[in-house]
Design a protein around this ligand. Structure first.
Ligand code: SAH
Length: 463
C-alpha cells in the first residue's frame, strides 16, 4: 500500500475570505471552484481581465498589499511577479494555507476535482500527479449520483430531529435514510419542489413500520454495459433484488449491487423458465415484502418486454413502480450498421414489429407491414426469417426490397448479413448465435453493410 503525502479534509471557509492574486484564466479556474462555497471571494491583480462578471466575487484592480490577507482562510496565487511574491511571503508569514497555481513545490494544499451536490461533496485528488485521471474518475462519479441528490441530502438534514424522535432504533433510522436518498418518488417530488412533504410522509410511514417496496422496470439495452442508461445503473446499485431475463447478459446483471439477490427468470436453476404469471406473482410478492426490485429486461422494457402484464399486476396490487427506458435492439442495430431507419424521401417512419404471426396466419399484420412503405425492424424473427420474407412478398413487397440482419446488436459479437427479400425466401441462412433484428426496406441501402455476409450465397440452415 502506498502512503499519502496529503490528507483530504473539508475545510471551513464560511464567513471568511478566500484571496486570489491574479486576474487571468488561471484565476478564473480557481474562482469557479471556490465560488461553490459561501466564502467571500476576493480577486486582486493589477491586470484583471473581464472574465469575472458572472461570479459573486469582489474584484480589486490594483497592487496587492499584505493587509489584503486579513481574515483570509486560503490564498491562491495565480500570476507571477512582484505582487505574487509578496502574497506568498505574506501568506507564509501569517500561516495561511497557500496554493501557487502550477507550482506544486510551493503549495501547502492542492485543490481536488470536485463532484458537488451540496451539501454532499466528493473530492478526488491525485496529489497533483495525474489530473487527467482525476477528471476521468470524476466523470464516473458524476454519473453515479442523481443530479438533485444534494437537495435530498439537505432534506435528510432537515428531518434529522424528527427522525431521531420518531425512530429510536439506530439501524432502522439508517434504513430510513437509505430509503430517502434512493427513492425515485422522493427524487420526483423534490424536482417538483415538494420534497420535504414527501420525505416527511416517508418518515412517518417508516416509523409506523411500513416498508414500501417498489419495482423498477429497467431497460438493460442490447447487452453491453456501456449501453445502459445512467438511471438504470443507479437503480441497479440500489436494488435489493434483481429479477432478470435470460437475454440480459451477465456483464449487465453484474452491475447491480454486489449483495443484491439475483433471480434469473429465464432459467430457473437451469431448468424450466418462469411463466409470465409466475413472474408477475414474484415481483408483486417481493415488493409487498418491502423490497426494492429491479426488474431488468433486455432492450427497452416497453418493447416486446411483457411490461404491460407486469405493470397491470403491480397496479392491481397497489404497488409503486417506475419505468426506466433502455436502448431497444432495433436502435442498437441501426447504430451498428449506420442505417438511418427514417430517411428523407425514402422512408418516413419505421415500425418495430414482431415477426411472429407468420405461423398464426395473422394476415392483417403482414398486409399492414408490407403496405406501410416504412422501414421494418422485425423482432423475434430469426428462426422464421424465410417465412417472414415470403409473407411480405405475398402481400405486395418487391422481392428486391433490401434486407439487413444484425445478430447480437450492440455487443462485441455483432454480426451482420445483407441481401433482399428473395435471398431470404430462398432458405434460411446459417446465422450466428444470438438474438437478431431483421431490417426490411429501402432505407437499409443507406447503411454501412459493406462487412455484412451476403444472404444469397450462403448455405442454408437455421443456426
Ligand atoms: N425489449 C427488447 C426486445 C425483447 S424481445 C428490446 O427492446 O430490444 C426479444 C427479441 O429482441 C429477440 O428475439 C431479438 O429479435 C431482439 N433482440 C434483443 N436483443 C438483441 C440484440 N442484442 N441484438 C439483436 N436483436 C436483439
Amino acid at each position: 500500500m502506498g502512503q499519502l503525502n496529503t490528507f483530504p479534509l473539508s475545510y471551513k471557509v464560511q464567513g471568511q475570505r478566500i484571496v486570489i492574486v491574479g486576474g487571468g484564466e488561471e484565476a478564473l479556474n480557481k474562482v469557479r471552484l471556490v465560488t461553490k462555497t459561501t466564502a467571500q471571494v476576493v480577486i486582486i491583480s493589477r491586470s484583471v481581465e473581464p472574465l469575472f462578471s458572472g461570479f459573486p466575487v469582489e474584484v480589486h484592480a490594483r497592487a496587492f498589499a499584505a493587509a489584503d490577507l486579513d481574515g483570509a482562510a486560503l490564498v491562491f496565487v495565480a500570476e507571477e511577479g512582484a505582487d505574487a511574491e509578496l502574497a506568498k511571503v505574506s501568506a507564509r508569514a501569517r500561516g495561511i494555507p497557500l496554493n501557487v497555481v502550477d507550482v506544486p513545490s510551493e503549495c501547502d494544499f492542492y485543490t481536488p476535482s470536485i463532484v458537488e451536490r451540496a451539501p454532499l461533496t466528493v473530492a478526488i485528488s491525485t496529489e497533483g500527479d495525474a489530473p487527467v485521471l482525476a477528471r476521468l474518475v470524476r466523470a464516473r462519479i458524476e454519473a453515479m449520483l442523481a443530479p438533485n441528490l444534494g437537495k435530498i441530502a439537505g432534506l435528510a438534514g432537515r428531518l434529522r430531529h424528527l427522525a431521531e424522535s420518531l425512530i429510536q432504533d439506530g439501524p432502522s433510522r439508517r434504513r430510513f435514510y437509505e430509503r430517502l436518498v434512493t427513492s425515485p418518488e422522493i427524487e420526483r417530488a423534490e424536482s417538483r419542489g415538494e420534497g420535504l412533504v414527501a420525505a416527511t410522509k416517508l418518515l412517518q410511514q417508516h416509523a409506523a413500520g411500513e416498508r414500501r417496496g417498489v419495482v423498477w422496470l429497467i431497460g438493460a439495452g442490447p447487452g453491453s454495459e456501456d449501453l445502459l442508461t445512467l438511471r438504470a445503473q443507479r437503480l441497479l446499485q440500489e436494488a435489493d433484488v434483481i429479477v432478470h431475463d435470460q437475454l440480459v447478459p451477465s456483464v449487465v446483471v453484474d452491475m447491480g449491487r454486489r449483495d443484491a439477490e439475483r433471480i434469473d427468470v429465464g432459467k430457473a436453476k437451469g431448468h424450466h423458465s418462469f411463466s409470465q404469471a409466475q413472474i408477475n406473482t414474484l415481483i408483486v410478492r417481493l415488493a409487498r415484502e418491502g423490497k426494492r426490485v429491479a426488474r431488468l429486461k433486455s432492450g427497452d422494457p416497453m418493447v416486446f418486454g411483457r411490461a404491460g402484464e407486469e405493470i397491470s399486476a403491480l397496479r392491481k396490487a397497489g404497488l409503486q413502480y417506475q419505468i426506466v427506458p433502455g436502448i431497444s435492439a432495433a436502435l442498437a442495430a441501426a447504430a451498428d450498421t449506420a442505417t438511418p431507419v427514417t430517411l428523407r424521401k425514402v422512408s418516413s417512419g419505421f415500425i418495430m414489429a414482431t415477426a411472429h404471426g407468420a405461423d398464426d396466419g395473422e394476415l392483417n399484420h403482414w398486409a399492414q407491414l408490407a403496405q406501410s412503405g416504412l422501414t421494418l425492424a422485425l423482432y423475434m424473427g430469426k428462426s422464421i426469417a424465410s417465412e417472414v420474407a415470403g409473407r411480405l412478398v405475398a402481400h405486395g413487397l418487391s422481392p428486391l426490397t433490401p434486407v439487413g440482419i444484425v445478430v447480437n446488436a450492440g455487443r462485441s459479437t455483432m454480426t451482420t448479413y445483407s441481401g433482399n427479400l428473395s435471398s431470404l425466401i430462398e432458405g434460411h441462412a446459417t446465422l450466428a448465435d444470438g438474438p437478431a433484428i431483421i431490417f426490411v426496406g429501402e432505407a437499409v441501402e443507406a447503411g454501412d453493410w459493406a462487412d455484412a455476409a451476403q444472404l444469397a450465397g450462403m448455405s442454408f440452415k437455421v443456426a
